[in-house]
Design a binder for this molecule. Structure first.
Ligand code: CUA
Length: 333
């Protein structure tokens, strides 16, 4: 409906309609309010204007009127609040089975890596109609991942993960902007989201990959010697990481945290911060020794060994589903 209306960007995600509906509601409410105020202003200016010889009439006030002009705006604001909260929670809650893409921002480019292993720079290929979850971090300053056509914007911060998700509804190429001033070439930190039909996407996916991200992570896990302490037989000096992702973890200081992406990330870069109960503070920090991409790969690997079905051997497959990528050559830019 709004596609030909130049003030709105294209609607290309499931979120776009929700955001636009709320926005249009706000425009209508504020527009009507402004109109009402101006009508009253002009009417009262005429009705109560100065007339020679007529003394000003004193009006003592009206409870009914005051209650009316307090209660009606209150109800309108509560509608805006409730509606906004519903849209916000929808935007902030990624579906559990979403495809995952790791995003690393740096001055001044976007580096994207699919869980299946495809890497891209300033370009993200996604299939139409599938939920995509972005796990984002920055290797320098604050950036912001902004796709107007998806009504999607989230700051990307150094030192932690932030997450956002979308489901594209229309094939096409859409602008990706950095929406946080991040240095001299901030305005050049742009890219595109390429939304493909499922068949085209499969073809693109099979075009080349270095193997699933979790397999890269498994290799790094072995190379850095993580596997000597984090053994799967509970005899290691570090916690067994099988099945740990998404589960509550008892900490040495008595707290309990959920082993999410941010927790795993922190354990790699600052192992002492939230140490697991029952283990000595033996683990060295890997800050400066691993790149953001390697941390992502390690996190993807630990997730993959947590997602195996009961009774099935833990395997480093991308997302528990059939891995689509074939390691034949490379498409890395
Ligand atoms: Cu990155 Cu602005």
């Amino acid at each position: 409906m709004l596609n030909n209306f130049p003030l709105w960007p294209e609607q290309a995600s499931t979120m776009a309609r929700n955001v636009d509906a709320l926005y249009i509601f706000l425009l209508i409410v504020t527009g009507m309010m402004a109109l009402l105020i101006f009508i009253c202003l002009i009417y009262f200016a005429a009705r109560f204007r100065y007339r020679a010889g007529v003394p000003a009439e004193q009006i003592e006030g009206s409870h009914a009127l005051e209650i009316t002009w307090s209660v009606i705006p209150f109800l309108i604001f509560m509608v805006i609040f409730a509606w906004g909260a519903v849209v916000y929670f929808k935007e902030r809650t990624p579906p559990a089975d979403a495809t995952e893409v790791y995003v690393v921002a740096k001055q001044w480019m976007w580096k994207l890596e699919h869980a299946e292993g495809q890497r891209e720079i300033n370009e993200l290929h996604v299939p139409v109609g599938r939920d995509v979850r972005l796990i984002m971090t920055s290797q320098d300053v604050i950036h912001s991942f902004y796709v107007p056509a998806f009504r999607l914007k989230q700051d990307v911060l150094p030192g932690r993960y932030t997450v956002e998700w979308f489901r594209a509804t229309k094939p096409g190429v859409y602008h990706l902007f950095c929406a946080e001033y991040c240095g001299t070439q901030h305005s050049g930190m742009v890219g595109s989201i390429v939304v493909l039909e499922p068949a085209q996407y499969e073809a693109w996916m099979n075009g080349g990959s270095t193997g699933p991200l979790s397999a890269t992570g498994e290799k790094i896990f072995a190379e850095l010697g993580c596997s000597t302490c984090h053994r799967s037989d509970a005899q290691g000096r570090g916690p067994n990481l099988q099945g740990v992702f998404g589960k509550p973890v008892q900490l040495a200081d008595g707290r309990t945290v959920t082993a999410d992406e941010n927790y795993l990330r922190e354990c790699i870069l600052d192992p002492g911060a939230r140490r697991v109960k029952g283990f000595q503070p033996l683990m060295p920090t890997f800050q400066g020794l691993v790149s953001e991409e390697q941390v992502n790969a390690l996190v993807a690997y630990i997730k993959s060994i947590s997602q195996a079905q009961p009774g099935e051997p833990a395997k480093a497959s991308a997302n528990g589903a059939t891995p689509k990528a074939k390691p034949n050559g490379s498409q890395v830019q």
